[in-house]
Ligand binder design. Structure first.
Ligand code: FCB
Length: 453
């Protein structure tokens, strides 16, 4: 049986401004927290930064032409806030808006559906200095910025994502410290940031709808399904705690349930959570009705309570049975199926898009310039198959965006990780489609997965 996807299913790729654009201080762009972070010694694994990245700011025409040649139907990109409003609030940089406006025109002319993310982590440094996401004023600044951008592009862009992965912004930025602005153990700030991110999303939704009639508006979360190392109660509870921290903390308020009571109790007892952050009307705003949920899926979490003295022996191990990517992430396609089903049965988003899924492997060109990234083809095929099973279970999945179009600057990992369907030779900026790019072209053309076996 051919595994066919529904008519109109949207296939594309995803990128983010800081990871590909470069031109970090060009044409009136302001400094972002990622410029500052990457310019700080010892923050990035290979001591690199996004100053030039894939030079997409100058090569976007070539990149759009590649997408078209490879048969893509949609392109998810992000808009750099400091390019269009360099100081966060204050003067608008028309040159920044023009860049995205031309990109959108070119995408449409090439027959591609533009899907724009308003915030993929590059906060203007000035807005950070004014308090950043732990401050409520940044939520107000985001709405002004969203208003500005959707006024300029809302006639042509009809798919809007407010935020990319609020968990990463709040917790990698303030609790784990791996991402800009790079603070550790600041639980209070991480939680305040998470609330203001969600609030700014909710406030922005009606503004975007007003400026972009008929548009689909949503938010993208990175979500992680939980498996348990043993069937013990201790591991069950460890899984529940993790799920609250990572998944429910964002899903519950977005879908009108408020912050999960178990986590509120835990964070309050630890002195991390200030209930006064949530003002009257906030929860209603956060739960704004949206058209879709964007899901970024890469891996699962294996829950294990190491502290419980009499815990049952583990029956499930990540290593050595599992396969791992160059990121050190376990490959677990069934997790995508589990996650999509859970979201549909538990939260009922109107639609779901997989807004990111993909894999880092270092394969490069052979003597003939061919990149035989068979492991990526297998990875994508297995994950598309999981998505297809979810569709058969009734999940309203409407599209799939492979991370990523190009090899690019992978945040704290710098250029050590290659996620692209297209190889980038950073010395020359030459783009070389990998075998997976041609394989993906054929999947899109057929709107179906090749036969098994
Ligand atoms: C996600 C990010 C994206 C990319 C992938 C690998 O968390 O949204 O920018 O770095 O991971």
């Amino acid at each position: 049986m051919p595994r066919t996807f529904p008519p109109g299913f949207l296939w594309g790729t995803a990128t983010a401004a800081y990871q590909i654009e470069g031109a970090w201080a060009e044409a009136g762009k302001g400094e972002s927290i990622w410029d500052r972070f990457a310019h700080t010694p010892s923050k990035i694994e290979d001591a690199s930064h996004g100053d030039t990245a894939c030079d997409h700011y100058h090569r976007w025409r070539e990149d759009v032409a590649l997408m078209k040649a490879l048969g893509h139907q949609a392109y998810r990109f992000s808009i750099a806030w400091p390019r269009v409003r360099p100081q966060g609030r204050g003067p608008v940089n028309e040159a920044g808006l023009d860049f995205y406006s031309q990109l959108v025109d070119d995408l449409l002319a090439a027959g591609l559906t533009p899907v724009a993310t308003l915030y993929h982590w590059d906060l203007p440094q000035a807005q950070f200095e004014a308090g950043g996401w732990p401050a409520r004023a940044t939520a107000e600044a985001f709405v002004e910025y969203a208003d500005l951008v959707t006024r300029a592009l809302g006639d042509r862009v009809k798919h809007w994502i407010t935020h990319n992965e609020p968990w990463c912004i709040a917790f990698l930025g303030y609790q784990i410290g791996e991402h800009a602005p790079g603070y550790k153990d600041e639980w209070g700030n991480a939680l305040a940031a998470s609330h203001h991110l969600l609030l700014s999303h909710g406030w922005a939704v009606p503004v975007i709808r007003r400026n972009s009639p008929g548009a689909e508006v949503g938010i993208t979360l990175n979500l992680v399904p939980v498996s348990h190392a043993s069937p013990s109660a201790a591991d069950y509870h460890a899984g529940r705690r993790f799920d609250g921290y990572f998944n429910r903390w964002f899903l519950d308020p977005l879908f009108g349930r408020g912050y999960p009571a178990d986590k509120v109790a835990e964070y309050t007892a630890l002195g991390h959570w200030d209930p006064a952050l949530v003002r009257p009307g906030d929860l209603e705003a956060v739960a704004a009705d949206t058209d879709f949920l964007g899901v970024n899926y890469y891996n699962r979490h294996l829950a294990r309570d190491e502290q419980a003295p009499d815990n049952a022996p583990p029956v499930e191990f990540l290593a050595p049975r599992s396969e791992w990517t160059d990121m050190g992430w376990e490959i677990y396609p069934d997790g995508l199926y589990q996650l999509l089903c859970r979201l549909h049965f538990e939260y009922q988003p109107r639609k779901i898009y997989v807004t990111e899924n993909g894999v880092s492997y270092g394969d490069g060109p052979d003597a003939q310039g061919r990149i035989a990234d068979t492991r990526r083809i297998r990875y994508l095929g297995d994950h598309f198959a999981a998505a297809h099973r979810a569709l058969q279970a009734g999940v309203p999945l409407a599209g799939y965006f492979v991370w990523s179009l190009l090899d690019n600057f992978e945040w704290a990992r710098g250029y050590t990780q290659r996620f692209g369907l297209i190889y980038v030779d950073y010395a020359t900026q030459r783009r070389l489609p990998k075998d997976s790019a041609y394989w993906y072209r054929d999947v899109i053309r057929a709107n179906a997965l090749p036969d098994e076996g």
